[in-house]
Design a protein around this ligand. Structure first.
Ligand code: NAP
Length: 254
């Protein structure tokens, strides 16, 4: 298959795809025909990530690999992107989804909690983008989707570290969009509201009720809601959308 005559088979790296939103995104991209690199943070999760990748291959007829990499570490991020390039011959889509929280009011927030959250959420996104963009520019095609959050736009009491990291992701995304658009590489941010995953699993029933009361759709989102949006932004049809922040929150931020 030559690129001049036909569209090449597309491949995607989804960081933090062992669980939650990232897992749903990996599944959705595989369903859409992308070869997929599944990622977990450390070797501890590798067996589970490998069986998920094998299931994607069996169910969707695509190629899938699993790679353990802590995206906060620049060398590990580079190795992650290199592993996908090696396996699939190209990296067309990068979904920077890996994220953590270490909540607390600022007066009590430890410096290490700030550094850890910014390290994974913002620097991890930077590390993976840096590793992927030279490859995308060379092939004159790329789709970068960065996971922000509605709190990166609005701020949130008790989440100064997390909100700062997610606001940083927005600035990073817009800058990349400006740098890369002429090379047919887009960069967009997705800003979910409350989505049912392990990250929101610790909410008490009272907290959930209060949150649902603020959501126009009167429900928390599902990982699949976010995955459908990411799949569109990762598609060729989304080539004229770049530098945008798209909230997916059931109308919470209206
Ligand atoms: P989750 O269920 O806690 O899953 C987090 C994923 O990130 C896991 O696959 C985890 O891998 C991975 N991860 C964590 N640290 C990593 C690291 N250093 N390197 C590589 N992977 C790492 O989270 P989620 O709710 O699906 O959230 C996914 C993304 O959406 C995050 O960026 C989050 O901030 C954002 N978001 C979530 C919500 C929500 O309501 N859930 C709302 C707005 C934004 P392991 O399994 O190996 O730990």
């Amino acid at each position: 298959m030559t690129e001049t005559c036909e569209t090449p088979r597309r491949s995607a790296v989804v960081t933090g795809s062992s669980r939650g939103i990232g897992r749903a995104v990996a599944e959705e991209l595989a369903r859409a025909g992308f070869d997929v690199c599944v990622n977990c943070s450390s070797a501890r999760g590798l067996d589970e990530a490998r069986s998920f990748a094998a299931a994607l291959e069996a169910e969707h007829g695509v190629r899938a690999i699993a790679a353990a990499a802590d995206v906060a570490d620049a060398d590990e991020a580079e190795a992650l992107i290199a592993a996908a390039q090696e396996a699939f011959g190209r990296v067309d889509v990068l979904v920077n989804n890996a994220g953590i929280t270490r909540d607390g009011l600022i007066a009590r927030m430890k410096e290490e909690d700030f550094d850890a959250v910014v390290g994974v959420n913002l620097k991890g996104t930077f590390n993976c983008c840096k590793a992927a963009v030279s490859r995308m520019m060379k092939q004159r095609y790329g789709r970068i989707v960065n996971m922000s959050s509605v709190v990166g736009v609005s701020g949130n009491a008790g989440q100064a570290n997390y909100a700062a990291s997610k606001a940083g992701v927005i600035g990073l995304t817009k800058s990349l969009a400006r740098e890369l658009a002429a090379r047919n590489v887009t960069a967009n941010a997705v800003a979910p509201g409350f989505i049912e995953t392990d990250m929101t699993g610790a909410l008490s029933e009272k907290q959930r009720e209060a949150i649902v009361g603020r959501i126009a759709s009167k429900r928390l989102g599902a990982p699949e809601d976010v995955a459908a949006l990411v799949r569109f932004l990762a598609s060729e049809e989304a080539g004229y959308i770049t530098g945008q922040v798209i909230c997916i929150d059931g109308g919470m931020s209206l």
